[in-house]
Design a binder for this molecule. Structure first.
Ligand SMILES: [Zn+2]
Ligand SMILES: [Zn+2]
Length: 269
């Protein structure tokens, strides 16, 4: 029971900090926070992702490329460019490493504006750091496993981040329904995205890239946005009113910037 709870907690926290800190804050700047909170959430992201920590810098660069070139040959991880999910993830890792380890210069338009903490990145991306986390997961399992099948969950802890990436990048542009014609293959997969904390509302998100709420229709629920609303109410984060359009406010790719933004109670100071 403890193992199952640990697995669920690791899965949920890891994907939450990916969408909240790396994606919505780091890559898109949908929300703002003080430098102190930024440091706090940087550490939270590291601790929750552990052995599969993703550098905010490399994540932001790769992700901005994904939006700019969505489902074209220059998209770093579009399912249209790869025969299967494993091939896509290996290619994505290769491109990610180029930016994470400063082997390649990004295009200027994709650079800057993301949180940076070189000391944490250095530790997190070192083999020592990754192996220590891996060892900690093994020790936890050794101590708490009560049935043999539980060992099958252990390898997933080592690569929690890439597992989420594979689900979101592959399924989010392949399976599901579309609310908006964005000119790409982005889809919404689940109406309540408990699996990836809202990340599977890819179609809505590609339409409203600056909205902190990835849900757009009344029956869609984005769990991470609900947490962001609580953070905003507590004064931890702020988000603007740039994009709060909802279905059916905009129905084509062109009206995204013209629709009247809604002001959220939590955003109005
Ligand atoms: Zn996408
Ligand atoms: Zn995005």
């Amino acid at each position: 029971m403890i193992i199952v709870a640990f697995f669920i907690a690791h899965w949920q926290l890891s994907v939450f900090f990916q969408t909240f800190f790396l994606h919505r804050y780091g890559a898109h700047r949908q929300i703002t926070m003080s430098k102190g909170w930024e440091k706090f959430f940087y550490i939270c992201t590291y601790v929750s992702q552990g052995s599969s920590f993703l550098s905010p810098r490399a994540y932001a660069i790769l992700h901005r490329m994904h939006h700019a070139y969505s489902d074209t040959p220059k998209d770093p991880h579009s399912p249209t460019n790869y025969k299967d999910v494993v091939t896509m993830m290996l290619a994505t890792k290769h491109k990610y490493d180029a930016f994470a380890y400063y082997r390649e210069e990004p295009e200027a338009k994709f650079d800057g504006g993301f949180p940076e903490w070189p000391a944490v990145d250095k530790l997190a991306q070192s083999w020592t750091g990754r192996i220590l986390w891996g060892g900690a997961y093994v020790l936890f399992y050794v101590h708490f496993v009560t049935a043999p099948w539980m060992w099958a969950l252990l390898p997933m802890h080592f690569v929690m981040g890439p597992i989420h990436g594979a689900i979101v990048n592959w399924c989010g542009h392949k399976y599901g329904y579309q609310n908006f014609k964005n000119g790409d293959d982005s889809k919404n997969m689940l109406i309540l995205d408990f699996l990836t904390a809202g990340e599977l509302f890819q179609n809505n998100h590609h339409k409203f890239g600056m909205s902190p709420n990835f849900a757009a229709r009344w029956f869609e629920i984005d769990p991470a946005y609900q947490v962001i609303r609580v953070f905003a109410a507590l004064g931890i984060v702020k988000y603007g009113t740039t994009q709060r359009m909802r279905w059916p406010a905009a129905t084509s790719a062109n009206d995204a910037t013209e629709a009247e933004p809604e002001v959220d109670a939590a955003a109005a100071e």
